[in-house]
Structures are given as structure tokens and as C-alpha cells.
Design a protein around this ligand. Sequence first.
Ligand SMILES: *Cc1c(COP(=O)(O)O)cnc(C)c1O
Length: 348
Amino acid sequence: MSERETEGERIDLRSDTVTMPSDRMRAAAADAPVGDNVYGEDPSVNDLEATAAERLGTDAALYVPSGTMANQTAARVHTERGQEAIVEAESHVVRYENAGFAQHGGLQTRPIDAGDGAVPSAAQVADAFVADDLHRPGTGLLCLENTHNAKGGLVAAPDAIEAAAEAAHERGVPVHLDGARLANAAVAADEPLAAFTTHVDSVSLCLSKGLGAPIGTVLAGSEAFVERARGVRKLLGGGMRQAGLIAAPARIALTENVERLADDHANATRLAAGLDDLGGLRAATPETNIVLVDTTAAAVDAETFVERCADVGVLGGAMDAETVRFCTHLGIERADVEAALTRIAAVV
Ligand SMILES: *Cc1c(COP(=O)(O)O)cnc(C)c1O
């Protein structure tokens, strides 16, 4: 039995945001050359932004404090107040960003249910589009999400993104890709990050989730887009000064922690299979690092199941009344997954 199994150390599967910076990241922070990033003079931030642009296949990139700020900034740059944004119905910008599209952008969201897919189809985008006229300000943005968080880390392949994006572009509508977990999608699809960005006008990538950086997201696109995004970042209060202290470890996350996401995916697959085998719980095989567990057949609601798991030191989160989310990440090894399964078996 592993130490964690015998000693009852807690196994934190709430989110990949709980990942801790490595010793190498802490050393990089301590040694980072810094300057005033609002003046564009922080070498470590500039280095991170150049590296991110290269990996994402864009002309430029901007380091922002959070994924939420990246999405909100992109929406402000692409749209005018009063326009509509086509969004997937259960996407992060709809569920978890405090209605920021409405509050910061003055946007009306038009939610589309992509069903089994992570992103809407071309036909759905075409249907959702509205032209501007006397009564309507028109569609100003299509916002996609990859991987899709609320759908259990579902991957949109590059061609699905292309189809949706082309349907928007044919109508003169720009496209933002919320790629908080785009690195997970890239590893799962065995494609480079840049394969997903060819047809979008901007893309965000969280460095502080599975990639393990302590803080930050990159927002990437054309030079003109990033120039305008820099101004919106300042407007939203995201102008950072000696940010090289966090950019240096974030660069390590981007350059060294992408390939290892495959381990998280394998661990998530094992966790889902083990939970499904317990009887009562239903967990489909995940495509990436997010396991959604349906508790309906176990005759227990999600909140209660989460509490029972917490009692035995396994942490997860309730997504809705009967769905629990577990997320694997670089702080979780295979032995932790096995220990979590043993402990959960004792409580169901
Ligand atoms: C986490 C997440 C974000 C926001 O990131 P924060 O850094 O927590 O603001 C945006 N989109 C998706 C899909 C996410 O999972």
C-alpha cells in the first residue's frame, strides 16, 4: 500500500488549479530579470510572450493575470457594446465569469447547446448569427472553448474549430478561442498547439492549471489584436509591473509541462474506469483530465457524495445536483488514483 493510502494524506482532485510550483519554478522566480512590464521593459515577461506566440502560432501574445481576464479582454477588443456573442451554453464565460461579457463588454450572449460536441457546428453558428439592422446590433463575436470544462474536458479537433470559425468569418464575425486547457486538447489529439489556432482571431491558454505555473494566462493573436488587448488589460486593472517574478516560472510551465499532461489523462481514464466499476456510480471515459461522475444510480446527490469523499480525504467538486467533477493534475500520481479508488469504495 502506498504511503498516501495508509496515512490518509488528502488527495486533492478538486481542480488542476491546485498544482504547486516546482523547486525549479521557485528558483526561476528568484533569479528572474525584471523591469516595468507596463512600459514593456520586463525581459522575463517579454520572453514568455514571445515563447507563447511561437508555440501558439500567432504573431504576438500578452501575459495576463487570469484566464477570466484573457476572455474578457478578448471580448472587449473584438466587439462593440450591445452586440451579441455566440457562446456554447455551458461554457466557462457563461457559467463562471460573473456575466463578464454583459458587465465589461455590454454584450448579450446567445447560448448554443453543442450537444455531444465541445463547439457548435457550422450550421448552429449560421443559425445563431443575427445581422445588424434597425432593431438589432448584430453578432459581434463567436467564443469557443477547448477543452470544454463543464462537458468533462471534451476535446474539439482542429477541423471542428475550423468549421465553426469559418461559419463566423463568412459573416464577418471574429472568433475567440478560450483555450484554458488547450494544451490538454493538443496532447489528447496529438497535434501541436498551433494546429488549433489557424482559424481563430484570438486564443487564451492558462498556464496556472495543468501546466503548473503559479499565476497567469497568455492571450494571443495578431500584432494589432495584442496591441489593443494591452490597453484593455490596463483598463481592467491588469497592468503588472515587475511581473517577471511570475512570468519566469510560467515560461517553464509552457516549455516543460505540456507533454506530461498525457500522464494526467491516463490517470483520469483509470479513475473513471475504477469509479464506474464500483457499481452505482457512472463515469464515462474522459478524453483528457476531467472525470465527471453521475451519482444518480447510487441514490446519493452530488453534494453528499462530495462530502463523503472528503471525509475519507478525497476532494472533488459538485458540478450540479447529480454530477461530481474530479480533476487529475501534476500533483497526482497513479498510486494516488488507486488510493482514492480504495477509499471511495469504502464509502459508496
Ligand atoms: C479556468 C478556466 C478559465 C478561467 O481561468 P481563471 O484563471 O480561473 O480566471 C476560463 N476558461 C476555462 C474553460 C477554464 O477552465
